[in-house]
Design a protein around this ligand. Structure first.
Ligand SMILES: Cc1ncc(COP(=O)(O)O)c(C=O)c1O
Length: 378
């Protein structure tokens, strides 16, 4: 078994409670939530509500119905973006965004449906809120910013951007893929209207889960329409949340597992955050001391998520990641689905090695990893 340092892709291991919750959903109350009144269907619906409620509490949402389930963060981002925009709208996003933001936006822009402005980060890797403000115009309908870069881990000034967007009456979407579960998130304090997140990364839930916070008062267009178990005599997709956005049978085992993940993470959040900061600091210090290594993540501990990106001299990052895998370390090389971030770092050709930590990572593993990197530089 290799040492897993790829938590930014998906977390591993999942807590025992998550595995038990998935199994219980498939064995003890395997039924279709919201589609029947018999006891098992009711138990299934109760579990879906319990996970929704736990997520709403975790992000400071005013009520559980502000959280809708999605299949991953990409799915939630697509709903937020495509459900918000009308023909002729202008959108401001940053060059640090993941392709799950860039591709839907660039696709709409390429078809002439929207106009898009991408804001560059400052040389230190953080977006300047003033640059976002300067990019807005009278037709700006949406601002999108990643909470933390999935390449460098740099935590972006989303609260300041949120304030600016709010002062201009512009909708603000945060991509929380690399943040929720690893740091406190309060959607009110961040001033966001929409917050997209995966369930399978720092929330420690199963793959196939994610969600979107939708501020009360906002109604989005839908990506999918179909059965909701409600208002079934109507041929029109209901307006009510969460049904409007959750057509078809939901991922009950995944949602049950996600609920257990949230219950695991919520009481330990500050502990997890502090530990991940210390682990990444150990990584940053160790890697920076190795001759020939270039580190791309921010030096300030509190300014980065549990991610450290680097390169070994001129070695292509995919080769470095393969060599590290042979030494028993699972890290990701190449491009991390965020071409603008790589262009900014000057790593669009060779990519970067990304080591990312999780609650289970130990300092011994970090030491061993650095030994392995040192061996590669000799
Ligand atoms: C910043 C960012 N946004 C979005 C995503 C997409 O998440 P998912 O794989 O859950 O769709 C990722 C995945 O790594 C990410 O890092």
């Amino acid at each position: 078994m290799s040492v897993y340092l790829d938590h930014a892709a998906t977390s591993d291991p999942k807590p025992e409670a998550v595995l038990r919750a998935v199994t219980a959903a498939m064995t003890e109350y395997n039924a279709n939530p919201g589609r029947g009144g018999h006891p098992r269907a009711v138990a299934a619906a109760r579990q879906v509500l319990a996970t929704r409620t736990a997520l709403a509490k975790l992000i400071g949402a005013p009520d559980a119905m502000s959280v809708v389930f999605a299949f991953n963060c990409t799915d939630a981002l697509n709903l937020a973006i495509k459900g918000s925009l009308r023909v002729g709208d202008h959108v401001v996003a940053t060059r640090l965004e993941h392709n799950s933001v860039l591709r839907p936006l660039c696709g709409l822009a390429a078809r002439g449906r929207i106009r898009l402005t991408l804001v560059d980060p400052r040389p230190d890797g953080f977006v300047d809120p003033e640059d976002v403000a300067a990019a807005m115009n009278g037709s700006t309908a949406l601002v999108v910013c990643t909470h933390a870069s999935n390449v460098t881990g740099a935590i972006q000034p989303v609260a300041a951007i949120g304030q600016l967007a709010k002062s201009r009456g512009v909708r603000f979407l945060i991509d929380g893929a690399q943040a929720l579960g690893g740091m406190p998130v309060d959607v009110g304090a961040l001033g966001c209207d929409l917050y997209a997140f995966p369930g399978h990364k720092s929330l420690l839930g199963p793959q196939g889960t994610g969600g979107l916070y939708i501020r009360p008062g906002i109604t989005l267009g839908t990506l999918r329409e179909g059965g909701t178990g409600s208002a079934s005599d109507s041929l029109i997709q209901p307006m009510e949340r969460p049904e409007r956005y959750e057509a078809g049978t939901v991922n009950l085992p995944g949602i049950a597992g996600l609920g257990a993940g949230v219950e695991y993470v919520a009481p330990r959040l500050s502990q997890i955050m502090m530990r991940e900061r210390e682990l990444t600091s150990a990584l940053m210090e160790g890697l920076s001391a190795i001759p020939g290594i270039v580190v791309y993540s921010p030096a300030e501990e509190a300014a980065r998520a549990g991610i450290v990106a680097f390169n070994l001299g001129d070695l292509p990052s995919a080769q470095a990641a393969d060599a590290l895998a042979r030494k028993g370390y699972a890290v990701r090389g190449s491009l991390h689905c965020a071409p603008g971030a790589h262009r900014f770092l000057g790593t669009l050709t060779r990519g970067a090695v990304r080591a990312s930590v999780g609650p289970s990572t130990t300092f011994e593993e970090i030491e061993g990893f650095m030994d392995a990197v040192r061996q590669l530089t000799h």
